[in-house]
Design a protein around this ligand. Sequence first.
Ligand code: NAD
Length: 500
Amino acid sequence: MNQHIEALSPPAKPRKFGFFVDGQSVEAGSREVFERNSPGHGVPVTRIPKCTPEDLDDAVAAARRAFDDRRWSGLNGQARAAVLLRAGALIRERSEEIAYWETLENGKPISQARAEVGGCADMFEYASGLARSLHGDSFNNLGDGMFGLVTREPIGVVGIITPWNFPFLILCERVPYVLASGCTIVAKPSEVTSATTLILAEILSQAGLPDGVMNVVTGSGSTIGQGLIEHPLVDMLSFTGSTSVGRKVVEAAGRTNFKKLGLELGGKNPQIVFADADLEDAADGVAFGIGFNTGQCCVSGSRLIVERSVADDLARMIEEKFTKVVIGDPLNNATQIGAITTDAQNSTILSYIEKGRAEGARLICGGEQIGLGGGRSISPALFGDVTRDMAIAREEIFGPVLTIMPFDAVEEAIAIANDTEYGLAASVWTKNIDKALLVTRRVQAGRFWVNTTLAGGPELPLGGFKQSGWGREAGMYGVEEYTQVKSVHIEIGKRSPWIA
Ligand code: NAD
């Protein structure tokens, strides 16, 4: 199924998936099943087992055994790299299939899903090199009697909990790096978008990953997710999702075994545009930054902070872009904005649009519910007359809602940008290098873009400042996150005795 098919349609009946433990796909059997309706079409597309607490225990036990007997961590980097490279090739081979199921469960445009899957293969290919370059440090300056080594060891069994907005991409920003480090995995995807995580488990097995190294349990956050964050045999937990569940993850780790945590949480990300920017580029980038993935993106640029002298012009240019963007069937190649992923998220976004109006902001355009046959979307909303205290300017909406706040001086732009509990990402648009660097240094965000937005790839690390999270994923930083450091002092020659 890897030709580029021009006219796709939803499947005639839902595809059944099993969960994945110890190298085997396990069918639902007598377990309850979650049936997922495509948010773009309103028809059932997948059936996923609801795992039991016993299934979770089995998965963690398999990952524990696979780590403790060193079947993966004991291999050399070359052998681990070979598996990751094969996995990258298999993802490319099955890219159409992965993109199709991603679009059906999530509602994102198929063209975007295809690009994401290509990026995921690249993550595996890049991480394969890191499996070979991971190394420690040495101290040859401790005198003739001592030599010091710092080694990196894989931390152990890693739980990975992912959200529904980028089910495959977020997974692949973690899995290859975790595997490069030598750890084993129990992944728990969002209950509404589990299909592509299960396809990845199958691919890794085909690529030669030993049984038990990658396990996937499916089910709700409150049962299987909560069980995973509390599990005493899990050494580290990488959680991507909301700040409220992130807090539960921290509490659970504190209550149980103090597992190490990686957290990627929410964002309310600024787009700072100076009057000297290329306004055509800025308008396009800002529209893309909030329209991409229907704004259901932790790094969406949802706060436009623009120099007052060009604010009206830029608003007009963005409005024009918003009215031209193609909203439609996610399976259509031409679609740029697809469906809102869940009914709950659809209601949340609409309620914020109402709240914005009620608080006195001016809706310049968009914010309308759009029917997609069986599914639904929301046209990108642009709000003017926004003040810093309004909910639409402060809270993460996770939808296509852009607020405009004008500024007069650089310091004011920086202050508005930093006036948030979050610190995930930020963009600055200017042709003045001094302003670009000043803002890049002073705005608190883990990811920064200058004259662009949402750029990424396997090389640069991802993660947030402030309440947007802990730790970094991707790049060599992403591999090192899943290791722990051991210091080794080695005495050379005869010991000088304590008791002579
Ligand atoms: P969510 O927090 O509701 O769910 C995320 C995952 O956690 C899901 O797999 C869910 O089943 C699981 N979960 C829910 N309750 C749990 C519990 N008690 N214990 C353990 N796991 C539990 O988030 P969501 O609605 O899927 O995604 C939207 C949120 O995710 C947004 O706030 C967004 O900012 C954030 N997000 C952040 C990033 C990032 O990289 N920073 C990326 C994507 C999404």
